[in-house]
Design a binder for this molecule. Structure first.
Ligand SMILES: [Ca+2]
Length: 457
């Protein structure tokens, strides 16, 4: 604990005073102002990867490529997302709290109002080629990626698929089992989804074009159902772990290999130093999963009894405790951004205005009513870290706000509150709501203020 705090303090200093960093900023700042050569942007989003599911956070899972990339990146110690897929992805792509669209959990149908400006549509307007490889889950046909600013799409529409059949778990009013597509048209293909998504990302990188690209790579793993080839499970066979944790580990190492190939493709095409890479999980690890009936019963004899690991954070996917919403994340821009650890809280909605800043696009975004903030000036040390940052979450059973070190969680079922000071208690073990009633009152008012701008559904 103590060691961690010292490390964090040092890393904070790095952001405030590191002269090398300042020099790099100048370069990037002038580059941005000129905007003659805007960078490519790649976003890599694993599905349900928990805090302790990457090697650089001490996991038993082997992730050599992610670790190598993280070591030369700005690693976020407090990257906040939502505790399930759709809200995080909607917040990322719109720069707004997902509850502004009435989105509080996994969702289908028209999730984002047609015509809403998105990160890909804004980059598209500014000359970017925009492509998605992998999971969409921000709407069901006809509310598909090409309608929201992507020039090219490939992957699956729904929230989860079988890695080999590429089918969704079941039929519903808004979804079919078919999910795999190219350019929003259903497609049948053979192969493991992880390999197919990696191959598509490399194809986009290798394409010859005069303009920069925005490439959104959303892997299906380590979300269940897990089914990995022996090539990736064999290295975990000798370890004392639950069988399903071995499948989980294999799926992450398989994805890690794909990420290594994506970086190789950038190197081979001479684009490595003109490409920003953001790695960010969409929510914390899930505890377990089992179904006798979904996927035609294909997984009835394969209980996923142990999946992700959010240690030392509290809670799981779907929770507003840190384990559900604080995820592994880092940003890399070789030759421009210095490596280090960023202590400041960062919200997933920040990436839309931040990438706008990084791309050097000069346009007023105030009409978009963004909830996210452009953190590019902080990453490049042009502005000091905002330590009083406010953030807001709403999911079906809870709401929460964070202001500075304080976090208030409201339980919608009981009407009760929990209050934590994350600086002193990041594991959320001591509820301070009875000790600090004034703080509860102040943060409750803040929560209500945030809620006023939500769509009520
Ligand atoms: Ca997810």
């Amino acid at each position: 604990m103590k060691k961690k705090h010292i490390y964090c303090a040092l890393s904070l200093l790095l952001f405030v005073i590191n002269p090398l960093l300042a020099q790099h900023q100048e370069n990037s700042a002038s580059q941005n102002q000129e905007a003659e050569d805007p960078p490519n942007i790649i976003v890599i989003i694993p599905d349900d990867l928990g805090w302790s599911d990457v090697g650089y956070h001490g996991s038993e899972i082997s992730t050599p490529n992610i670790d190598r990339l993280a070591a030369s990146s700005i690693r976020f110690d407090h990257q906040y997302v939502y505790p399930t897929c759709t809200p995080t992805r909607v917040s990322f792509i719109t720069g707004r709290y997902p509850s502004r669209f009435g989105v509080t959990g996994p969702d289908y149908g028209e999730v984002i109002d047609m015509g809403t400006p998105t990160l890909p549509s804004l980059l598209q307007e500014n000359g970017y080629h925009t492509a998605i490889a992998g999971k969409w889950h921000m709407g069901s046909p006809p509310y598909t990626p090409l309608k929201y600013g992507f020039d090219a799409s490939y992957g699956f529409f729904d929230g989860q698929i079988d890695p080999y059949t590429h089918e969704y778990k079941t039929e519903t009013a808004t979804t079919r089992r078919r999910s795999w597509h190219r350019n929003d048209e259903y497609l049948d293909e053979e192969g493991h989804a992880t390999d197919l998504i990696t191959e598509e990302a490399i194809r986009v990188i290798n394409e010859k074009r005069a303009n920069p690209f925005f490439l959104y790579v959303a892997y299906s793993v380590p979300h269940h159902p897990l089914n990995e080839p022996r090539e990736w499970t064999s290295q975990y066979e000798h370890l004392t772990m639950s069988p399903s944790r071995k499948w989980f580990a294999a799926s992450v190492t398989h994805m890690d290999d794909g990420i290594g190939k994506i970086v190789d493709a950038l190197n081979e095409t001479g684009q490595r130093e003109n490409t920003i890479i953001l790695f960010i999980s969409d929510n914390g690890g899930q505890k377990s999963w089992h179904s006798d009936t979904l996927y035609h019963g294909a997984y009835s004899d394969k209980p996923h009894t142990v999946l992700g690991n959010n240690y030392p954070l509290k809670g799981w996917k779907q929770d507003l405790y840190e384990g559900g919403i604080r995820v592994p994340a880092f940003i890399n821009w070789k030759g421009t951004l210095e490596s280090g650890t960023a202590e400041m809280p960062v919200h997933v909605s920040d990436w839309l205005p931040t990438f706008y800043g990084a791309a050097g696009i000069d346009r007023d975004l105030s009409a978009l009513q963004l909830d996210g903030q452009n953190i590019w000036p902080y990453l490049t040390d042009q502005q000091p870290v905002n330590t009083d940052r406010r953030m807001y979450w709403k999911v079906p059973h809870q709401s929460a706000v964070r202001e500075g070190a304080w976090k208030l969680i409201e339980d919608h079922d009981t009407g009760g509150f929990e209050l934590y000071n994350l600086d002193n208690d990041f594991r959320e073990t001591h509820d301070l709501s009875e000790e600090y009633p004034e703080k509860v009152e102040q943060l409750t008012e803040l929560l209500e203020k945030f809620e006023e701008n939500d769509r009520q559904e």
